[in-house]
Write a protein that binds this ligand. Structure first.
Ligand SMILES: [Mg+2]
Length: 316
């Protein structure tokens, strides 16, 4: 439901000049009045929000509330990183079950404050309310950048990269995601990223979303895909291959991005502190294609987590 409703909403929320990028990217980009008239490079505000609900996005009976609070921050920080922005401050809104409201708020905030300190984000405000319903955590994070990385910027011939290792996050990594905030800042210093997205719903699905926004496709060297140790472990009992896990598992919170081919060597010769792996290149024909021989490619289809459904193939 979410994707089609978002398409509808995009049509209904006509852009006003202060919103440079609205619904449809990892975060919105908001400009200051008069900034377009200046010839100096301006800092632009980047904003994203996410709501997670007990029983839908997490289960409070099986998970620590501190972990859930941390994750609520981390998923937003991952979107800020995917815009190439530096996070600044957060607004936190909790709807708390009336029974034990104070205790629950305290535990959730332990994780929120831990993430805030780790990524140097100020908690600037928010709201607390109690009701006869499950815990809901809604966080908005604001950040800054001079030049946001948009999904729409991929160019034909660009080299495609992914950070970290993919798949199997459900075995535990998803509880404490490591948003690539620091890495995004380092990349910004050294290269000109054309387009980026974070992996929230699955590598192939999010890659396909970025390329679709750019009206491009990709030729992939699937044997280069960085597969996590957890994906190998998961494959032993899931009946799926490690590659299938890396291809489609959600909640990796890694970054997919592309740069001009002449900048690929800079990325490959730099120690970024986390692995950054070249996985293919952007091509003019749409869709995802895997190399099967020297100059032969076969169509492959994105797969991942689609909200409101579970683990289905995306159709496009
Ligand atoms: Mg995202």
């Amino acid at each position: 439901m979410e994707q089609s409703f978002l398409a509808y909403l995009r049509g209904r929320t006509r852009q006003l000049p202060q919103v440079a990028v609205g619904i449809g990217d990892d975060a919105a980009v908001i400009d200051w009045p008069g900034s377009a008239a200046s010839d100096q490079p301006q800092l632009r505000q980047v904003a994203c929000t996410d709501q997670i609900l007990d029983g839908v996005d997490f289960r409070s009976e099986d998970q620590s509330l501190c972990d859930i609070g941390f994750k609520a921050m981390a998923i937003n920080l991952s979107d800020i990183a995917a815009m190439g922005a530096k996070p600044s401050s957060a607004l936190v809104t909790l709807a708390l079950p009336a029974e034990n409201a104070t205790e629950i708020a305290g535990e959730v905030y332990e994780g929120i404050l831990e993430a805030a300190q780790k990524y140097q984000v100020a908690i600037a405000g928010g709201d607390l309310s109690t009701y006869d319903g499950p815990l809901s955590i809604s966080i908005t994070i604001l950040g800054w950048t001079e030049k946001p990385w948009l999904r729409t910027g991929a160019e034909e011939g660009d080299a495609l990269f992914v950070t970290g290792a993919l798949g199997g996050s459900l075995l535990g990594r998803h509880l404490r995601p490591e948003p690539r905030v620091e890495l995004a800042a380092k990349l910004k210093d050294k290269v000109n990223v054309h387009a980026a997205i974070d992996v929230s719903d699955g590598f192939s699905l999010d890659l396909d979303r970025m390329l679709a926004a750019s009206r491009m496709g990709a030729e992939l060297e699937l044997e280069t895909l960085p597969i996590s140790e957890a994906a190998h472990q998961f494959a032993e009992k899931s009946g799926r291959t490690p590659l299938e896990h890396a291809w489609s598992d959600g909640e990796d919170f890694e970054l997919i991005f592309c740069v001009a081919p002449e900048e690929a060597a800079i990325i490959e010769s730099t120690d970024w502190g986390v692995p950054v792996t070249r996985v293919g290149r952007v091509v003019g024909r749409t869709g995802l294609w895997k190399r099967v021989a020297t100059s032969k490619f076969e169509r492959v289809f994105p797969q991942g987590f689609v909200h409101g459904e579970t683990d289905v193939a995306a159709t496009n």
